[in-house]
Design a protein around this ligand. Structure first.
Ligand code: GLP
Length: 241
């Protein structure tokens, strides 16, 4: 594991964006695994700046997002489709046809998971998977459980996850109860994983995830088994290291 702790957010954002930019410069057809949530916003801002300065092009990149809520219209401001447009896709040259997200409004969600898995198979391997961390140790929307699913699947969100994400909605009632998520098997198959964690409220869970016993009750502990794990923490999240 390659762990870095940053004293300020800007340094963390630049480091995260720098890792992604360098990969795409060296490998213009890179396959990127993208995450949503509050954590990667500053990194996407830096990526957009790098693109605007002509340092990197995404025109030959393929991307896969980790997850999407079930039942939110794609143009709902809190759908992950809308999030990706707002923070990244509308500002760079990644072709729309190369940017894949699970469709949480598909009439047949099982078929949608199979479609997404097939696309992932065709892409062979994600070169760099960006990950945030849930307060309960979830990655993507792989919630703590006594077993975990390898491929893309439908998941019922834990109450604590809905509460954590309620800050983006008017009330908790508006937070969807289900989501589609890439499975841990797909996440762990990525060549490199870039885990980004910020804030004092995640200090304990990130410490447990990276140093505690490996258990499906804390899905992020499985990251300890990955041969190329890069971790970027701010000073608050990294206070127990
Ligand atoms: C969300 C997302 C995850 C994200 C995590 C942390 O529910 N499904 O992909 O990494 O929880 O979110 P945040 O970065 O907003 O703390």
């Amino acid at each position: 594991m390659n762990l870095h702790i940053f004293q300020n957010q800007q340094e963390l954002n630049e480091a995260g964006a720098g890792i992604i930019t360098s990969l795409v410069q060296m490998q213009p057809k890179a396959v990127l695994g993208l995450a949503t949530g509050g954590t990667p916003v500053g990194i996407y801002e830096e990526l957009v700046k790098a693109y605007e300065k002509g340092r990197v092009s995404f025109k030959n990149v393929t991307s896969f997002n980790l997850d999407e809520y079930v039942g939110l219209p794609v143009d709902h401001p809190e759908s992950y489709h809308a999030y990706m447009q707002q923070h990244l896709f509308a500002h760079i040259d990644l072709p729309a046809a190369s940017a894949h997200l699970p469709n949480g409004n598909a009439p047949d969600l099982e078929a949608e998971c199979a479609r997404f898995n097939e696309l992932l198979e065709e892409a062979k391997q994600i070169d760099l998977q960006i990950l945030g961390l849930g307060h309960n140790g979830h990655i993507g929307f792989n919630e703590p459980d006594d077993s975990l699913i390898s491929g893309t699947h439908l998941v019922e969100l834990k109450e604590e996850t809905r509460e954590a994400n309620a800050r983006f909605f008017n009330s908790i009632e508006e937070v969807p109860t289900h989501a589609l998520t890439m499975g841990v098997g797909t996440i762990l198959k990525a060549k490199t994983i870039l885990l980004i964690v910020r804030g004092a409220d995640k200090a304990e869970i990130v410490h447990r995830a990276l140093t505690g016993p490996i258990t499906t009750e804390v899905p992020a502990t499985l990251l300890q088994t990955h041969p190329h794990l890069v971790v970027l923490l701010d000073a608050e999240a990294g206070r127990l290291f």
